[in-house]
Write a protein that binds this ligand. Structure first.
Ligand SMILES: [Zn+2]
Ligand SMILES: [Zn+2]
Length: 257
């Protein structure tokens, strides 16, 4: 009986988290529609990737969207106070209220997405991303060519399971090698383990035994996803489970040696 109750609580929390996220996401979408053409003029893409790093995004655009999200969440705060909070964050003071930090994160992503849409429209040549790690070992395939942030989410796309990297910051997608580790370039398929859980069908955690890093892979042919950021959040228990699994492996290996 006790287990059933705790199971229900988990579901309810995810539901509430989703409602909150959804409300903010709709606000971001509306802002993009209304303000896109205004801010696009202010975005200039670099010649080489990263085309528009997060640090170069127009601060005013982020404050504008962040404030809009605060209003939507019924939080009263001045623009000046937001700027001050952000400055403190940049100086390494990390004491922002978690909900405020989430809204900032969504505002940054919302603005970054304008940049990734621009790159999509302009069509940057595919080969620029160097989709094979082994041919370019110093280049990390998990770094987004548009915003320069690291992502650990890949999607196998219709119809033939082509592997795309999906940036959870700016939503940009780029093709990567179908097999092997995206971090260290190891192509030894025996060293890349896939872990899954029946509660999350269509999602696998790929763990590299060579470098000890992992990424999340969504099979888009089995699990059509509309919002990858939410899907990544919803399935965070898989990340925790993978980290736990990795810790256990380290313990086991220490015992053997
Ligand atoms: Zn990105
Ligand atoms: Zn690796």
């Amino acid at each position: 009986m006790a287990t059933e109750t705790s199971k229900l609580v988990v579901t309810k929390n995810v539901d509430q988290a989703y409602q909150k996220y959804r409300q903010l996401k709709l606000e971001v979408d509306a802002w993009q529609q209304e303000r896109r053409s205004y801010w696009l003029v202010n975005l200039s893409l670099a010649e080489e990737s990263p085309y528009l790093p997060i640090a170069d995004l127009p601060q005013d655009a982020i404050i504008e969207l962040w404030q809009r999200l605060n209003i939507s969440a019924k939080v009263e705060i001045t623009d000046a106070a937001l700027r001050e909070m952000w400055e403190q964050l940049e100086q390494g003071q990390n004491d922002m209220d978690p909900e405020m930090a989430t809204r900032l994160q969504m505002a940054v992503s919302g603005v970054a997405k304008l940049a990734s849409q621009t790159v999509d429209e302009k069509g940057v040549p595919e080969q620029k991303y160097n989709p094979r790690a082994s041919e370019n070992p110093e280049k990390n395939l998990t770094v987004c060519p548009v915003c320069g942030e690291i992502t650990t989410l890949t999607v196998l796309t219709e119809p033939d399971g082509k592997r795309m990297m999906h940036c959870t910051t700016c939503s940009f997608e780029w093709p990567v090698q179908r097999t092997g580790c995206l971090f260290c370039g190891s192509e030894d398929s025996k060293k890349l383990l896939y872990l899954d859980n029946e509660a999350f069908p269509g999602i696998e955690m790929a763990v590299c035994e060579v470098c000890g890093q992992y990424f999340k892979e969504i099979d888009g042919r089995r699990l059509p996803v509309k919002d990858y950021v939410w899907e990544d959040l919803r399935t965070l228990p898989l990340n925790y489970a993978t980290e736990h699994w990795l810790e256990e492996q380290v313990k086991k290996n220490n015992q053997i040696n």
